[in-house]
Design a protein around this ligand. Sequence first.
Ligand SMILES: NC(=O)c1ccc[n+]([C@@H]2O[C@H](COP(=O)([O-])OP(=O)(O)OC[C@H]3O[C@@H](n4cnc5c(N)ncnc54)[C@H](O)[C@@H]3O)[C@@H](O)[C@H]2O)c1
Length: 349
Amino acid sequence: MSTESFRILQVGLGNRGRMWGQVIGREAGIAVSGVVDVNPATAAAFAAEHPAVPVFTELEAALAATQSDAVLLVTPPDGHLAQARQIFAAGLPLLAEKPLTLDLAEAVTLVDLARQAQLPLAVGLNFRYLPVSRRIRELVAGGTLGEPGFGQFTYQRNRDGRLPWLNKYPLTMRHPMMLEQSIHHLDLIRFCYARPVESVLCRTWNPRWSLYAHDSNVACLLQLAGGLEVNYQGTWSGGWNQLRFEWRTDLSEGVIVQRQLFSDLAVARTDDTELTPLELAACEPFYDDSAALLRSFVGHVRHGALLECSGADHLITLALCFAAIESSETGCAVHLPEFCARHGIALSV
Ligand SMILES: NC(=O)c1ccc[n+]([C@@H]2O[C@H](COP(=O)([O-])OP(=O)(O)OC[C@H]3O[C@@H](n4cnc5c(N)ncnc54)[C@H](O)[C@@H]3O)[C@@H](O)[C@H]2O)c1
């Protein structure tokens, strides 16, 4: 086993990049080889705080000047394909933030580039590593509450995208809710239920008072293998500043209810009068889950361990988002295997 630190070149020092900096800083055996941000003021501010870390304003220069084992890409998604080309040309594995791209054909190209270069590609679906997500997955797979029949996933938030610490591009992009936020939720539905999505019927829209230029509401009916039906609703333009979250799964012999974003899981058998809360490991959301994702990526690069959040797997979640958008545009349900075949996406990874 290698005792050398695993060296990561981090690209992007914005809202999420600052979190990643802390995650890497806390991880034994993982070190930053350098950082890149095209914004000179951001790069200079980082350099002042971290005088020992090489700081660059161009990816090409950073790739040439640093010795790295992998790149962590935390830039807005519209630049991911061009940046990935440079990273793979330099022969480096890549952990890229979600969404992999804002265009499905670009994402297919990016995953192909990694495959051709035989380089690992992972995507930042960190919420899969929350203890609450792992536990839902185990409960469903374990079958102690019977067969899952239907689920209801509700995420209601009034997200003020103008706040200084939040990224600004979602205010003007197309489908900010679907591609920035619902993508995590649809990925969790795939991951926790561990069965393929067969079809999606969706509406996306923008309430009149929305701060976003494009649709900040998503409602989907998903049909999963085995007759499991899931009703999803998400908004960034709720009429109340209090965040409301609930993910309830009804099974043949009970229910599983996640009552808070990131935590608070409870179960009941059909005849119970109360829900019973389940104990979960402590977790600081965005940090501990990202650290687990990072360790999984490093384990894959170093030892060939299973890559749970691979680029090829992410293509299926991204395809689900774009199939949902197509459904909203046509008013018809979209059959996911047919949609993936049409876009050259493999459903088994
Ligand atoms: N997984 C999660 O929980 C999570 C949470 C927040 C954001 N994200 C994702 O992280 C990514 C970045 O989001 P953010 O909130 O940090 O955005 P941001 O706008 O706050 O920061 C992006 C940074 O990238 C820099 N940048 C832009 N183009 C660059 C380039 N070509 N080379 C180097 N630097 C460049 C910008 O100057 C900026 O500092 C997005 O894909 C977003 O969806 C993921």
